[in-house]
Write a new protein. Structure first.
Length: 263
């Protein structure tokens, strides 16, 4: 369904009558959002509100996937779920607006019992890679295959994260009855440059990535220099530590290698 089409969202979720809706659809092109801020808002804020309202009408819980980019990075230490949001660019602003719209839409007014709130989980994550679409791992390995120079930003810090680990954590949080805002990432910290070097090393690819500053790289959208999310509350709820990012990357690359045909 088109998430920007409110009647379609109502129709589809009403017909399916799910227990929970995990809302992953988003305008995620961070740089393109600077040129298309209205489209980013339409998809991220309005589309998320449409899905949240439809979920509430269907009596379903809602898990909304958000981003570490709701923070500006100025704190310099891991961000807790309760820390105030401070977006830098158009994409980040649209995701802050999405969180707020989803929270507001979770209040379902007009039932026989009066005003009720449907269960909601807002999941902040970021630096994702995994099967399903082209990602940073594909970019790094693809450049090495063509011998194109690798210039990777070395002053932005975050938590590289395998999507499969996010999925497992989100499902466990839902089943465990956790509600509200949670942070989900693999463990540890890295820059994009350190992440790229690890991809090359773990995949057995020759060569290295050349470091470059965010200023010199010159992306259209400003990004936080430190968007590391605090995982303590999530680890407490799950009763386990998050998988270290390099261990997760190694597992992903090993599985990916077994799936791909040999040359």
């Amino acid at each position: 369904m088109d998430v920007t089409d409110a009647p379609a969202c109502m129709r589809v979720l009403g017909a399916v009558s799910p227990d929970w809706v995990v809302h992953c659809a988003a305008f995620t092109a961070v740089d393109a959002a600077e040129e298309e801020p209205d489209q980013a808002m339409l998809v991220n804020r309005d589309g998320s509100a449409n899905v949240a309202r439809a979920a509430a009408e269907a009596g379903a819980g809602m898990a909304h996937i958000s981003t570490d980019y709701v923070f500006d990075g100025a704190k310099g230490s891991p961000y807790a779920p309760e820390d105030p949001m401070s977006p830098l660019g158009a994409y980040a602003r649209s995701k802050v607006a999405a969180e707020q719209a989803v929270a507001a839409a979770g209040v379902n007014v007009g039932t026989a019992q009066g005003t009720t709130e449907t269960p909601q989980l807002i999941v902040r994550t970021g630096w994702l890679y995994g099967a399903g679409r082209r990602d940073f791992v594909d970019l790094v390995l693809g450049r090495k295959m063509t011998d194109e120079p690798l210039r990777i930003v070395d002053d932005q810090w975050g938590r590289p994260t395998w999507t499969r680990n996010v999925v497992e954590s989100v499902l466990d949080l839902i089943v465990g009855g956790v509600r509200g805002i949670v942070h989900v990432n693999d463990g540890g910290e890295a820059t994009w440059h350190l992440f790229a070097q690890a991809i090359l090393e773990e995949s057995g690819s020759p060569g290295k990535a050349d470091p470059i500053s965010s200023r010199d790289f010159g992306a259209a959208a400003e990004r936080p220099l430190y968007s590391v999310l605090d995982l303590a509350a999530t680890e407490f709820e799950l009763g386990r530590s998050m998988v270290p990012w390099r261990e997760a990357l190694r597992t992903y690359l090993n599985e990916r290698g077994r799936r791909e045909p040999s040359e």
